[in-house]
Design a protein. Structure first.
Lengths: 254, 360
């Protein structure tokens, strides 16, 4: 069953057609990758899916409900979580606090309850803290809990961002270049990690440049070029697709 | 966690009592008047500290909310409805206790709004105006938000200065006392000076407890996440627009409450309370207190407001606060109390630990 369905979505910035009439679906429990050369519209697509941009036309249906007119926080509340290509951690907060914010959608203490420090909020805070710590344990960063998030190394910040995105128990995770800036070993770790996240029952949609990572873990690969879909198939089939080869390696001179 | 919040509050109450005893022993009981006024100003700046230091949203219009509170209360408690006694609506309000009869300075009889009812109206008005202004204005960021709130402050200032009903440049005087319990009231009566001092600081303490609770709650975390990276906060499910608006309204209500009580305490209010220089002063105090530190803001507020009200800054009063703002922004954007005090406390704690390790 398709958890996410994108139907004929388009987005234009002035004279640039960033995404053009793209349709695809993501099966529940699968890992799908979006690849394409720079400027192919991958990040624009992610920003459309997570509510940061409004599509000019087309529809995005998540769990059977249209979400393309919703704001980012409403989409997050429905269980669609994301990370950012350029890490966006909360400055002046510890790694643990960053992850705890990720639990926002699964907790409910408001202004009044917070100001009055009502007893039920203590239990909720406890639950948020424990959940955040167990996720940090899962990702092997529990030792960094009290460190200032923005003072961590690049790889550690990526892990904190991932823990934060997982903290809300999403049904689907959008990962925007999770291996960008990582060395080969870290990339391999990330690949294993994404598979483990899928094994937790979380559907993953990933934008990635690292081909070995994409081919290794993806169930399906969507290829974009100049905003248009040129292939949407199993990794093997995509690798053999002449159109994809042409886009990636250039025209044959002969 | 919870005890660590409890101890500073006890220390604050202890300091409040200690200061009162010291002024008594030193024969400086008149200091309490300025300390009481400082308490009300502190109420504004700790609310502004929540908005600026935690949610990361600036307001250069908070004197406007103070004025909305103060002027609403002043107008309602000084108007005279005696001529309309026969009007069924007025009669009904009088019967319900919303209106109250009292004597003016010359022995004439006045029928005006009861201070409690006026206070409710004043706070509700500030609440509604903050909501109406906040929705469009909080969409702006940085300089643009600063300018928009400055515009709001300017409008309120022009209104109070240009309206005859608000006393124009003279403001409103002979505002009656605000009755509390057991015959005690908020007023400038020197026999009530000590009680008024305690009431004002009790109000600050209660606000402090509520705000300290808030910043260490889920909401406080969400506010800091908005400050840290607003788009990412949204992606984590934080309704950033609603949280910013609620914080703005909460700080506006605190400013209005301060306006109401200070107006009754002083027996009047003038347009200078709505001036831009007042708003700048509040921002300067939050900045010098360390932006994200409620305690730093409280301490700097008492010190600076007290010195200012005692006239130590002379005719350079406003210039001092402008100067503070420049110096802080240049040399200590984290405030002079915030980071350094925390580092100092950390050092002392480490030193103690090392000593106890050695002795083992």
């Amino acid at each position: 069953m398709a958890l996410l369905e994108v139907k004929n979505i388009s987005k234009r910035f002035g004279g640039l057609q960033a995404v053009k009439d793209v349709s695809f679906s993501v099966r529940e429990g699968s890992i799908k990758a979006v690849i394409g050369p720079n400027g192919a519209g991958k990040t624009t697509l992610f920003n459309l899916l997570s509510g940061f941009l409004l599509p000019d036309s087309g529809a995005i249906v998540y769990k059977g409900r249209p979400i393309h007119a919703k704001s980012p926080h409403e989409i997050a509340q429905q269980g669609l979580s994301r990370t950012f290509q350029h890490i966006r951690l909360f400055a002046h907060m510890t790694a643990l606090e960053n992850v705890m914010v990720g639990r926002h959608v699964r907790s409910r203490a408001g202004f009044l309850a917070g100001m009055l420090n009502l007893p039920w909020t203590w239990r909720e805070e406890q639950e948020i803290r424990e959940r955040a710590l167990s996720l940090m344990e899962f990702l092997g960063i529990v030792d960094l809990a009290d460190a200032n998030a923005t003072s961590l190394s690049y790889g550690q910040q990526r892990a904190v961002e991932l823990a934060r995105a997982l903290a809300g128990d999403p049904a689907m995770l959008l990962l925007d270049e999770p291996a960008a800036g990582l060395n080969m070993r870290e990339t391999a770790d990330t690949a294993r990690l994404i598979s483990r996240i899928r094994d937790l029952g979380i559907t993953v949609l990933i934008v990635e440049h690292d081909m070995s990572l994409v081919m290794q873990i993806s169930d399906e690969v969507l290829v974009l070029s100049y905003g248009e879909k040129i292939a949407d198939d199993a990794p093997r089939a995509v690798q053999g697709n002449p159109e994809v080869v042409r886009v990636y390696l250039g025209e044959d001179d002969a | 966690m919870r005890t660590s919040r409890f101890i500073p509050i006890l220390a604050l109450l202890g300091a409040v009592v200690l200061v009162q005893l010291l002024t008594l022993a030193g024969g400086k009981a008149f200091f309490l008047t300025q300390l009481t006024m400082s308490a009300y100003y502190t109420l504004i700046v700790i609310g502004l500290c929540l908005l600026m230091g935690f949610a990361g949203q600036i307001s250069l219009g908070h004197a406007g909310f103070f004025a909305i509170g103060g002027y609403t209360s002043a107008v309602l408690t000084t108007l005279d409805l005696a001529a309309y006694k026969e009007n069924p609506l007025v009669a009904m309000l009088a019967k319900a206790g919303v209106l109250t009869a009292r004597q003016d300075l010359y022995g004439g009889s006045l029928l005006s709004v009861h201070p409690w009812a006026a206070c409710v109206v004043a706070v509700l008005l500030a609440f509604v105006i903050a909501w109406a202004i906040g929705i469009p204005v909080l969409k702006l960021k940085g300089h643009y938000l600063a300018m928009a709130t400055l515009g709001f402050g300017t409008i309120i200032y022009s209104i109070v200065l240009g309206t005859q009903r608000f006393g124009a440049a003279d403001g409103i005087s002979s505002v009656p006392p605000f009755p509390l319990l057991f015959g005690v009231s908020v007023s400038g009566d020197s026999s009530l000076r000590v009680l008024n001092y305690y009431f004002a600081w009790l109000l600050v303490t209660v606000a402090m407890v509520l705000l300290l609770n808030l910043i260490s709650s889920r909401v406080g975390r969400a506010l800091r996440s908005i400050h840290g990276a607003e788009d990412a906060a949204g992606a984590m499910g934080v309704d950033t627009a609603r949280f910013k608006l609620s914080t703005f309204m909460l700080s506006a209500v605190l400013a209005a409450v301060a306006g109401v009580f200070l107006t009754h305490y002083n027996g009047g209010i003038g347009p200078s309370e709505a001036s831009i220089m007042k708003s700048v002063r509040y921002v300067a105090i939050v900045a010098v207190g360390g932006m994200g530190s409620l305690w730093g803001t409280l301490i700097m507020s008492v010190v600076l407001n007290f010195l200012s009200l005692r006239g130590y800054f002379g005719s350079f009063d406003d210039a001092v606060f402008g100067g503070i703002l420049i110096v802080i922004m240049l040399f200590a954007p984290d405030g002079i109390i915030g980071a350094d005090l925390r580092r100092l406390v950390g050092k002392i704690a480490n030193y103690k630990q090392q000593n106890s390790n050695k002795s083992q």
